[in-house]
Design a protein around this ligand. Structure first.
Ligand code: ANZ
Length: 843
């Protein structure tokens, strides 16, 4: 027999919640919507429904949000806590290639399995709001948002997205307009993986290379999203968000803002501009480097250097930015034979090409100052180029390779200036002499938005005479054609290129064959949750204003919980889309996620990351079968602080399971093969047992405060203390026990609802109001008084906290032990210090 019958009552309660739609949340406009309640929108990072099913990392964040959601509901909030599926993606497609089974079928099977697993954990989701990024009704709006991006440009005056029609009205040409669109076509070197048969985003390259795939650089026509226009706003608007500082820092670094100057050099009649963060070091530039792909390379290279340069350029084309940047340990390069003139002193410096200079950053050309830049220093040493000091450190550190701030030297009119002033002075000089300007640069690149895959959203785009346009909105969604062969074509066109009938939209126009990356669907799913079945709009105004609006301060999703792996990409992409939709007037807030919490990774028992190859993966189904869903939930919350990385321990599961069994036995006793009420619970007033009253109210206080702080492990500890007190007591007032059950309910909803029902309460705990603690029950009602006779302690008494001096004196004098020392003597003096002691002098 199980220590408590979770195997029968857990499925029972799950069925009740399902049938009664207990956690359904009405929207404004619904008959049962209560506008007087405050809203609380809790978001989980929705899972990719993989074939492997749920792992124990999923329930960690999901239990945390479920506890908060149930808590907020009991505290009178309209709680929006939905679940859905990020269901496009490569694994389903690769499985389809292997088996010939359509990805839609495997995706559906996986989703059904995930849903079943999540329901078996008793999460209080509003399943009526379930979204699936692959549903035609969802794809329609993802494509609609793409069309909004296509039909917008970024206005530099207002720093916002605006309708492209404004540019049409201004008489811009077709080419000029296309160059401004937020969704645009660009021919650029991209990361092409021949064995995956797709192009990858820069951010994805390392992951797939680590998995053993080949990734090379190729120039290709691709759809891009102009996220770079939002770089400054994406940095600025991070500031007020309630996010971990570490995540904000990752985003800031990813966006990578640098300020400095552009400086124009002359190379035999050609103007070449470099970007530098240290214009104050201009006098120390001893050579110049162009990126191998720089358009001027072939023009300026001398006849003698032509062969060497061409060979070097070819070799570089195969390297990724990462290999050329951070991972580039051995500097390489070749001289072009040409010379550039330094604008500030007219000196001729040699022009090299080297792969440590990237075409995609700044201007693709640098002035090299080997004395004060590490990479230039290494390069100059290797190729024996001159190194001239132009900055003197403020302390006695070595100037060679000194990259910090100091004082300018060997720099003409800058000599003696501090770095900060020298920067200003040189920029002023550059501007006055038309040799350069102040310049801000960002590391952030535009977002490569097309993939050569079948299982993704097709672009709602048609091509006619080499020109693109969108399909009309009434034709959305554009769904993939039915196909049986999902294999990549081997060319960067993708599998859709094989669907000839589908491609030929009309005699004159063809469909775009690329699809969108998986990020597309996850960029806006939180919005769809607010109004999942709307066929007229991606979200209604009313639903958006209620759930996301700024009138519900501070607006947006109130709490977003998920893993740190999404620190940059998903969170940056979603913020970008949100801002565009905000600019275009479709949303009422500027930022989607007000508060972000990252759950810590759950490691295997061996302290290593769980993985199939290490054989240390824990399957949540096994835990549910062996100990019950409540034990799994409680254990994952008891392991340690939510944000911490922590190893799994089966012993710990047993421990919390024993705790739940204890709670069960406060009310229940075994009766042969079944259970019955033990008779320990009584109808006595809650106030009849002062000790239990106090510990229960302490528990209400602590659990309430801890849930608000997402400090679940400490809340559980307090509930363990309370349970021990109940266990020790002969009788427990039912009213106190039910208050306790309410506290435990968000953590262990099945067990607590079962006990509550057995006790005879008809209303489920989750439909009741959260208990409030009374301060007066928390303070000690009695205090200990030490009684001394002639300076020696003879007794310790418990007296009422408010007892008067006279009462205390009487109690002390009449204590049996005290009497032994005073009988036969005369009491000369009694000193009473209320709350502390009584001193009796007798002789
Ligand atoms: C001269 C100089 C002197 C530099 C000095 C630094 C120190 P951030 O923006 O912080 O990464 N740089 C510019 N464009 C580049 C490119 N396309 N590929 C590789 N390197 C590039 O740093 C900008 C600095 O990185 C620029 O400032 C430039 O080197 C280099 F004492 O110019 B500096």
């Amino acid at each position: 027999m199980n220590p408590f019958p979770f195997d029968t009552f857990e499925p029972k309660w799950q069925a009740i919640w399902d049938e009664n739609k207990t956690f359904r949340t009405p929207n404004p406009g619904d008959a049962d919507f209560d506008a007087s309640k405050p809203k609380y929108f809790i978001l989980d990072m929705f899972p990719y429904p993989s074939g492997a099913g749920l792992h124990v990392g999923h329930p960690e964040g999901y239990t945390a949000t479920d506890i908060l959601g149930r808590f907020k509901k009991m505290n009178g909030h309209n709680v929006l806590h939905p679940m859905g599926w990020d269901a496009f993606g490569l694994p389903a497609e690769q499985y389809a290639i292997k088996t010939g089974q359509h990805p839609r079928i495997t995706t559906e099977q996986n989703v059904n399995n995930f849903r079943k697993q999540l329901k078996s954990l008793g999460f209080g989701y509003d399943w009526d709001r379930e979204v699936n990024t692959t549903d035609p009704g969802y794809v329609k709006w993802t494509q609609w948002i793409f069309i909004q991006l296509y039909n917008s440009y970024f206005c530099e005056d207002t720093k916002t997205a605006r309708p492209i029609s404004e540019l049409e009205a201004k008489g811009y040409s077709r080419e000029q307009i296309n160059a401004e669109r937020l969704a645009f076509v660009s021919e650029a070197p991209v990361n092409w993986s021949p064995d995956l048969g797709t192009v990858l985003a820069n951010e994805e390259v390392e992951e797939w290379k680590n998995k053993g795939h080949i990734v090379e650089r190729r120039p290709l026509k691709q759809w891009m999203l102009r996220i770079t226009k939002y770089a400054q706003r994406l940095i600025d608007d991070l500031e007020p968000l309630d996010w971990p500082e570490s995540i904000k820092l990752l985003q800031r670094n990813w966006i990578g803002k640098s300020t400095g100057a552009e400086v124009h050099f002359d190379i035999e009649g050609n103007e070449v501009t470099v970007f530098t963060t240290r214009p104050d070091t201009l006098f120390g530039a001893t050579y110049m480097v162009l990126a191998p792909e720089h358009p001027l390379v072939s023009q300026i290279t001398t006849a003698e250097q032509k062969d060497a340069v061409e060979e070097y350029v070819k070799a570089c084309a195969l390297k990724s930015d990462l290999e050329r940047g951070d991972l580039n340990k051995h500097k390489s390069g070749v001289p072009t034979g040409a010379y550039a003139t330094n604008p500030v002193n007219g000196e001729k410096i040699p022009v090299w090409i080297a792969d440590y200079v990237m075409m995609g950053y700044g201007t693709g050309a640098i002035m090299a100052v080997p004395a004060h830049d590490e990479r230039d220093f290494e390069f100059a040493q290797k190729f024996e180029l001159p190194i001239i000091q132009v900055v003197q450190p403020n302390d006695d550190s070595d100037w060679q390779g000194f990259t910090g701030n100091g004082t300018s030297v060997n720099s003409g009119f800058l000599d003696g200036m501090k770095t900060k002033d020298a920067k200003k002075a040189i920029i002023t000089w550059l501007v006055e002499n038309k040799k350069g300007t102040f310049k801000t640069n960002f590391k952030l690149r535009d977002w490569l938005f097309s993939r050569q895959r079948y299982w993704g959203e097709p672009f709602p785009i048609l091509w006619e005479d080499g020109k693109h346009k969108t399909v009309s909105e009434s034709e959305l969604p554009v769904l993939q054609p039915e196909m049986e062969d999902f294999k990549p074509t081997g060319s960067p066109e993708g599998p859709l290129a094989k669907a000839t009938e589908w491609i030929n939209y009309s005699e004159t126009s063809k469909r775009e064959t690329n699809t969108m990356p998986q990020w597309a669907g996850s960029c806006w799913y939180y919005l769809r949750y607010c109004d999942p079945n709307n066929t007229e709009r991606f979200i209604s105004k009313e639903a958006e204003e209620y759930w996301m609006g700024a009138n519900n301060n501070p607006g947006g999703v109130d709490l977003y919980v998920g893993g740190t792996e999404h620190a940059v990409l998903h969170l940056l992409y979603a913020r970008f889309w949100h801002k565009v939709l905000f600019d275009l007037g479709h949303l009422s807030t500027n930022e989607p996620f007000q508060k972000l919490v990252n759950q810590g990774l759950i490691l295997g028992e061996d302290g290593q990351k769980m993985s199939k190859s290490l054989g240390n993966v824990v399957n949540p189904d096994d835990v549910v079968n062996g100990y019950g869903a409540d034990s799994l939930r409680l254990y994952e919350m008891f392991m340690g602080p939510l944000e911490q990385v922590k190893p799994w321990q089966m012993k710990g599961v047993e421990g919390v399971s024993r705790f739940l069994a204890k709670v069960w036995r406060v009310a229940m006793t075994q009766d042969g093969d079944s259970w019955k009420l033990s008779g320990k619970l009584t109808d006595d007033e809650a106030t009849s047992n002062k000790e239990l009253l106090k510990v229960t109210h302490e528990t209400i206080k602590k659990v309430t405060e801890d849930i608000e702080k997402l400090s679940f492990n400490t809340a559980i500890s307090q509930m363990m203390i309370c349970t021990n007190a109940f266990t020790k007591a002969d009788k427990v007032p039912t009213a106190l026990f039910v208050d306790f059950l309410k506290c435990l309910n968000p953590f262990a909803p099945h067990l607590t609802e079962e006990l509550n029902a057995i006790i005879g309460n008809e209303t489920q705990l989750c439909e009741q109001t959260w208990p409030t603690f009374k301060e007066e029950y928390l303070v000690e009602s009695e205090v200990q008084i030490v009684v001394q006779v002639n300076g020696k302690v003879r007794a310790k008494l418990m007296v009422g906290k408010d007892a008067s001096k006279e009462e205390i004196e009487e109690l002390a004098k009449n204590d049996e032990n005290v009497k032994q020392y005073t009988d036969g003597n005369t009491i000369r003096k009694v000193i009473v210090v209320p709350g502390r002691l009584v001193n009796i002098v007798a002789n």
